[in-house]
Design a binder for this molecule. Structure first.
Ligand SMILES: [Zn+2]
Length: 182
C-alpha cells in the first residue's frame, strides 16, 4: 500500500505543495504559508514467528487489509517502544499469547510501501493463545500445514520461509518489489 500524500500542513492547515526545499535533493511536501517541511520516512513493522512444539502460531485477520487471510502476529511500531517490545505487544494483541523472544532473524524492505518489516523468533509460553480483537482465529501449524496460499502479506511469506530454513542461518535481508500493475 503506497503512502498517501498529505493535503494540508500539519502546522498551520494551509494546502501543501510538492517542491524541493533549499539545500535538499528531492521533492518534499512543503507548506507555502509557513515553510514547514513534512518529512516522510519508512515505518517499521515488527512481527514474531512464535513456535510451540514444532508448530507455528498464525492468526487469521479480522480487519482490512487482507481480512480473512493468515498472518504471523505483526504490526506498526509505536513511539517509545523498542523492536522487541513491539513484537511482544503485537503477539499479545493479535494472539493473546506471551512469548519468550528469540533473535531477530529476518528483515524485509518494502520500499514501495514505505515500510521495513522486522521478524523475531519466539517460543510460546505455556502453549496458550487465543484470537485477539483483530483476529478471527489463531492456530498452531506444523511446517507442512502452513497455508502459504492464504498468507496476508508477502513479507510474512518471506519470514515464514526464512524461519523454516532453520536456525543458525543468521539474519536474512530481503526486498519486496512493487506489485506489477496488472
Ligand atoms: Zn504551514
Amino acid at each position: 500500500m503506497p503512502v498517501p500524500p498529505h493535503k494540508f500542513c500539519g502546522q498551520c492547515g494551509a494546502p501543501v505543495k510538492r517542491r524541493i526545499p533549499p539545500g535538499e535533493d528531492r521533492e518534499r511536501e512543503v507548506c507555502p504559508a509557513c515553510d514547514f517541511v513534512h518529512y516522510r520516512n519508512p515505518i517499521p513493522v515488527v512481527g514474531c514467528v512464535a513456535e510451540h512444539e514444532g508448530r507455528i502460531l498464525l492468526c487469521r485477520r479480522a480487519i482490512d487489509p487482507r481480512l480473512g487471510y493468515w498472518t504471523v502476529p505483526a504490526g506498526f511500531m509505536e513511539l517509545n517502544e523498542t523492536l522487541g517490545e513491539c513484537a511482544l505487544r503485537e503477539t499479545r494483541e493479535e494472539a493473546c499469547a506471551e512469548v519468550r523472544l528469540g533473535e531477530l532473524f529476518s528483515i524485509v524492505d518494502l520500499p514501495a510501501a514505505g515500510q521495513v518489516h522486522f521478524f523475531f523468533r519466539g517460543k510460546l509460553l505455556r502453549g496458550k493463545f487465543a484470537a485477539g480483537a483483530e483476529s478471527l482465529e489463531a492456530g498452531l501449524f506444523a511446517p507442512d500445514e502452513i497455508p502459504f496460499g492464504q498468507i496476508a502479506f508477502r513479507s510474512g511469506v518471506i519470514a515464514l520461509r526464512r524461519y523454516l530454513d532453520g536456525e543458525n542461518k543468521g539474519l536474512s535481508m530481503d526486498t519486496v518489489p512493487p506489485r506489477s500493475p496488472d
